[in-house]
Write a protein that binds this ligand. Structure first.
Ligand code: CUA
Length: 336
C-alpha cells in the first residue's frame, strides 16, 4: 500500500467512526437501548452484558488477526512462512472457551424469555386486547368498556397485560422503550406485558411487513399517572353526545348518508366494525395508523382521498365535496 492509499483508508475509517458516534446526539424516539420500564429493563439487562462479552471477543479476535497479518506478513518475494502443524492446547482452548461463553449466555437468555413471557396477573393488572388491522391498531379495554385506536393509554407503575391478535395478516407489535417485539397473528392470541415508569408518550410501530402501508402502521403508548388514567377511562367510556344543529348536526347526518357509520363505531350513534372506533376521536393526538397529527387541516386532506394518503387504505375515496368535508369535520370535532 502506498502512503497516500493508507492515508485515504485511515481517513475513511475516522469519518465512518464519526458518523456512527454522531447518531447518539439526536432525539431517538424508538431507541431500544433506552429502557423506560421494568420489562424493557429486563431486556437491557440481558443485552448489555452480552454486548460487552461480544465486544471483548471482537476486539480480541480482530486484534489477533491484525497482529498476525502485520507480524507475519511476507517481507520479500522468496520468503515462505514457517510451517507449523496443529497445537492441541490452543485448539482445545478456543473450542471450550466459546462453548462456555455460549452456555452462560443461553442460561440467562432462557431465564429472561421465561420471565418476560410470564403472563401478568392480579387485581392491579390492566388488561388490553390489541388487534392489528391493515393498517392501524385497535385497543380494547374489556374491563372498562373503552375502545380506541393507535394510541394505547396506560397508567404508570402498573403491569399492562396485552392480548394480541390480528384481523387480517401477521403484524408485529413493537414499543421499543417499554417492551420487546411480538408477532400479532390472525386466529391466535399472543401475550405481552409492558409497564412504564414515567408518564409520557412512547413511540412504536408495526415491525412485520404487512402490506402496502406497513410503514404507516405506527403506534403510541401514552402513559399517565394513575389519577389521569382513571380520568381518561371515565371520559372514553362515556357515549358520545350527538349534535343536532348547525354544521356539526349536518355532519352527523352525512356520517350516516355517506356510509361512514357502517364502518365506524360512534358509541350511541353507529356500530360499524371495519374502521377505528371514533367515539372519542378528539381524545387522540394522531389518526390513520398514527401517521397524521389530528387537526382540521390533516382531517381535510385525509377525507379528500384516504388511499392517496395511506396507500391501500380500506377507507375509500368517498368523492366528498369541500362543503361535505367541512360538515363532517365539524361533526368529528364534537367527538370529545
Ligand atoms: Cu402491520 Cu406491518
Amino acid at each position: 500500500m502506498t502512503r497516500a492509499r493508507r492515508l485515504r483508508a485511515l481517513s475513511m475509517m475516522v469519518a465512518a467512526a464519526l458518523l456512527l458516534v454522531s447518531c447518539g446526539d439526536q432525539e431517538l424516539p424508538q431507541n431500544a437501548l433506552d429502557p423506560q420500564g421494568p420489562v424493557a429493563q429486563k431486556l437491557a439487562n440481558l443485552i448489555n452484558p452480552v454486548f460487552a462479552v461480544a465486544a471483548v471477543v471482537f476486539v480480541l479476535v480482530q486484534g489477533l488477526v491484525l497482529y498476525s497479518a502485520l507480524r507475519f506478513r511476507r517481507r520479500s518475494d522468496d520468503e515462505a512462512p514457517r510451517q507449523v502443524h496443529g497445537n492441541a492446547k490452543m485448539e482445545l482452548g478456543w473450542t471450550i472457551a466459546p462453548a462456555l461463553i455460549l452456555l452462560v449466555i443461553s442460561v440467562f437468555t432462557v431465564g429472561t424469555i421465561a420471565d418476560i413471557n410470564s403472563k401478568a396477573e392480579g387485581a392491579d393488572v390492566v388488561s388490553v386486547n390489541v388487534t392489528g388491522h391493515q393498517w392501524w391498531w385497535e385497543f380494547e379495554y374489556p374491563d372498562r368498556g373503552v375502545v380506541t385506536a393507535n394510541e394505547l393509554h396506560i397508567p404508570t407503575g402498573r403491569e399492562v397485560a396485552l392480548r394480541l391478535t390480528s384481523d387480517d395478516v401477521i403484524h408485529s407489535f413493537w414499543p421499543p422503550k417499554l417492551a420487546g417485539k411480538l408477532d400479532v397473528i390472525p386466529g391466535r392470541a399472543n401475550f405481552m406485558t409492558l409497564e412504564a415508569d414515567e408518564p409520557g408518550t412512547y413511540f412504536g410501530q408495526c415491525a412485520e411487513f404487512c402490506g402496502l402501508s406497513h410503514a404507516d402502521m405506527r403506534l403510541r403508548v401514552v402513559a399517565h399517572t394513575p389519577e389521569d388514567f382513571d380520568e381518561w377511562v371515565r371520559t372514553n367510556a362515556a357515549p358520545a353526545e350527538r349534535p343536532t344543529e348547525g354544521e356539526a348536526g349536518e355532519g352527523a347526518a352525512l356520517f350516516r348518508q355517506k356510509g361512514c357509520a357502517s364502518c365506524h363505531t360512534v358509541n350511541g350513534y353507529s356500530a360499524g366494525e371495519l374502521g377505528p372506533d371514533l367515539t372519542h376521536l378528539q381524545q387522540r393526538k394522531v389518526f390513520a395508523g398514527a401517521t397524521f397529527d389530528l387537526n382540521e387541516q390533516n382531517l381535510r386532506v385525509w377525507l379528500r382521498d384516504p388511499p392517496g394518503e395511506k396507500p391501500g387504505s380500506l377507507m375509500p375515496n368517498l368523492e366528498l365535496s369541500e362543503d361535505e368535508i367541512t360538515k363532517l369535520i365539524a361533526y368529528l370535532e364534537t367527538l370529545k
